[in-house]
Design a protein around this ligand. Structure first.
Ligand code: ZN
Length: 182
């Protein structure tokens, strides 16, 4: 018979076994246990003591868990917020939102933002060949009318090469320009 079986048999017979402060097994019974049971318990004394200790430890941790749960359940806005954030993060992780492609909706939003900024042009730029294309907007005033000098001079005395927003940098009166509406 194993220690566990001896312990179970003793408890079934109404014998209560506990550890005293020194770790020794004490027996409490309303009726005296049978000699056979006593012999079994005596034979497995140390193993029975170990089982009882294990049981006490389990009970201790069970109580500690209950106390921790009670402390967590106590009203505390900061703690509640932290727990909610943690739960949300764990739920997001469970949905596979980390390390996975963004949902289509978020992609569309990002793309729209990129497209919007790609269509922006500064109020003026020097590259004459960089003609503003369809949909371009001035980054300062959102204007869509641009002009460039037909005969750009490069000696700083006249109109230089490049393109300008007609609102932010109107062409000098009488200048020969090419206009583009985007
Ligand atoms: Zn402008």
């Amino acid at each position: 018979m194993s220690a566990a079986a001896a312990l179970a048999r003793a408890e079934a017979a109404g014998v209560r076994l506990v550890l005293d402060a020194g770790g020794a097994v004490r027996m409490r019974a309303s009726v005296p246990p049978s000699p056979a049971l006593l012999a079994d318990l005596r034979q497995h004394r140390e193993a029975v003591a170990a089982l009882l200790l294990e049981r006490e430890r389990a009970a201790f941790y069970q109580r500690a868990m209950g106390e921790a749960a009670q402390a967590l359940a106590a009203p505390d806005p900061d703690l509640a917020a932290e727990r909610a954030a943690t739960a949300a993060a764990m739920a997001a992780e469970a949905r596979g939102e980390h390390g996975h492609p963004l949902p289509a909706e978020a992609h569309q939003r990002d793309l729209a933002g990129l497209r919007g900024s790609a269509m922006q042009r500064p109020p003026s730029w020097a590259d004459h060949d960089d003609r503003p294309g369809h949909g371009c907007r001035c980054s300062r005033c959102s204007g869509r009318l641009w002009w460039a000098a037909q005969l750009p001079s490069k000696d700083c005395t006249g109109i230089g090469p490049g393109w300008c927003c007609a609102t932010c940098h109107p062409a000098p009166p009488g200048a020969a320009t090419t206009e583009v509406r985007t």
